[in-house]
Design a protein around this ligand. Structure first.
Ligand SMILES: O=C(O)COP(=O)(O)O
Ligand SMILES: [Mg+2]
Length: 226
């Protein structure tokens, strides 16, 4: 990782789960509720934390197979997904919290004239209510969810789509995330990438993905730019 200041961006894209919001308490509660309804053992927050970041379908599959990779039995998955969707639509946001410094950081960046947008792999039916419940929906000029486009992060499409919609080029755009999916998507899109170390990266240190910067709090973002 290099040091020194980054080129000042015009657009800052924020990942949601693990970057803005600690959503694992709700996700784990609903995964465990689903497992219980299937008469299977529950996993708890520590395991579920390692499985978040590739969208709801992968999360349910990971819970069914008990690991990051692998495909569950088709008929069990067909039962499990609607159970999870129903539980999460009723519990989304109840136990989730903004990470420290998120709201003041968004406020300061917005006031300083940066365009802010959200790019998440979370399904849109859950993304918008969560941002609203946590009082940060209005900071974002655009929200691109995991099912908005045909491909999710780590594909660069959601990042490139957001920048294009907002009339900003990739070299004037910064992605802020917590996982290797965010780093891969940003690199493929030609965006700069800053990461937080406190989120969900499948149990792996985010430094190993070599983002341009790692910051402890979003409040440090403004200090990164020339
Ligand atoms: O996997 C999800 O549902 C969300 O993940 P993200 O907000 O970190 O992209
Ligand atoms: Mg994330």
């Amino acid at each position: 990782m290099s040091s020194g200041l980054l080129k000042r961006p015009r657009l800052i894209l924020f990942d949601l789960d693990g970057t803005l919001v600690d959503s694992v308490p709700d996700l784990a509660y609903c995964i465990d509720g689903m497992m219980g309804q299937l008469d299977r053992p529950v996993w708890g927050e520590t395991r579920v934390r390692e499985w978040v970041g590739n969208g709801v379908e992968r999360l349910v599959k990971r819970a069914l197979v008990g690991q990051l990779e692998g495909e569950p039995d088709d008929s069990e998955y067909a039962l499990a997904l609607p159970l999870f969707m129903d539980l999460y639509s009723r519990h989304n946001g109840k136990r989730s919290r903004l990470y420290p410094g998120v709201k003041p950081a968004l406020e300061r960046l917005k006031s300083a004239g940066y365009t802010l947008a959200c790019v998440t792999n979370k399904a849109d039916q859950f993304t918008r209510p969560l941002l609203q419940a946590l009082g940060i929906y209005d900071y974002f000029s655009l929200i691109t969810s995991g099912d908005t486009l045909p491909r999710k992060k780590p594909d660069p499409l959601p990042l490139l789509h957001s920048a294009e919609q907002l009339g900003v080029g990739p070299t004037e755009s910064l992605m802020v995330g917590d996982s290797s999916n965010d780093v891969k998507a940003a690199r493929a899109a030609g965006f700069a990438i800053a990461c937080v170390p406190y989120g969900y990266n499948h149990g792996v240190d985010i430094q190993l993905s070599q983002p341009d910067r790692v910051i402890d709090s979003l409040e440090q973002l403004g200090d990164l730019f020339e």
